[in-house]
Ligand binder design. Structure first.
Ligand code: SF4
Length: 238
């Protein structure tokens, strides 16, 4: 008989459901009562989403949008961006911050996409298994599981959880993932915690909660709908 390969993230999710039954559903329902249930709809085209997400690494959405606009204004098409000298591209996207790191990443992402698809169309990712698509994207230098999951979730509706600082903080406070979990573990754990059809809703709700009630410095636990089940409030919360 074939032996099941050990998967620590799946084991964590299974044990959490045994120790704290119904936790994920109750958290999502509580957050839905506060923020509603967003319906998925595609945002940008996939290659623009990928470039924008690289530009948004370690900076605000406003700065990233400004850098993206400058890039689109300066270059006629993606081929011109890929061909551009790194120093020139660094100068064009400097409003996004860390431009010296991001310019080579953008060029590498465009090159990998062109070599795979013959153009700058990432729609082949939709036909791949979700984790294989994530692996393909994360093989590009400078692209981690968060960036890859954003592209897959927002462009194709594929149920991968992008774990940003808000998702990580809220998840750890409630006890949905271990306090010392790595980002890699957090990305994998969420795949086993939430049903695929609620992944987008879960991601959007956790971000909103992290930007609202579950502030990094002063969480408003009194007005939080998941207070009764949050380990930040009570170390023994069910
Ligand atoms: S109870 Fe407080 S710490 Fe827990 S999720 Fe709500 S706001 Fe965050």
């Amino acid at each position: 008989m074939a032996r099941r390969i050990a998967n620590p993230a799946r084991t964590w999710a299974t044990q959490l459901e045994k120790r704290r039954p119904g936790l994920v559903a109750e958290v999502l329902d509580g957050l839905a009562a506060l923020y509603g249930r967003p319906r998925w709809k595609p945002r940008l085209d996939p290659i623009s989403e990928l470039v924008t997400t690289i530009l948004s690494q370690n900076t605000s959405d406003t700065n990233a949008a400004r850098a993206f606009a400058a890039l689109r204004e300066r270059y006629a098409d993606w081929a011109a961006v890929e061909r551009a000298p790194v120093r020139q591209l660094v100068s064009v996207i400097k409003s996004g911050g860390l431009a010296a790191q991001k310019a080579p990443r953008i060029k590498a992402a465009l090159k990998a996409t062109r070599l795979k698809s013959g153009n700058y169309d990432l729609s082949f990712l939709k036909e791949m298994e979700p984790l294989a698509a994530r692996d393909w994207l994360t093989a590009i230098p400078g692209i981690g599981p968060k960036t890859a999951s954003i592209v897959m979730l927002f462009c194709f509706g594929v149920p991968l959880m992008p774990v940003d600082t808000h998702v990580e903080r809220v998840s750890k406070r409630i006890g949905l993932i271990p306090e010392k979990a790595s980002l890699k573990f957090a990305h994998d754990a969420w795949l086993h915690l939430v049903p695929p059809e609620r992944m987008y809703e879960a991601h959007v709700a956790l971000i909103r909660h992290g930007r609202g009630h579950c502030d990094a410095l002063r969480p408003d636990c009194g007005g939080c709908p998941v207070r009764a089940r949050c380990r930040h409030v009570n170390r023994r919360a069910p």
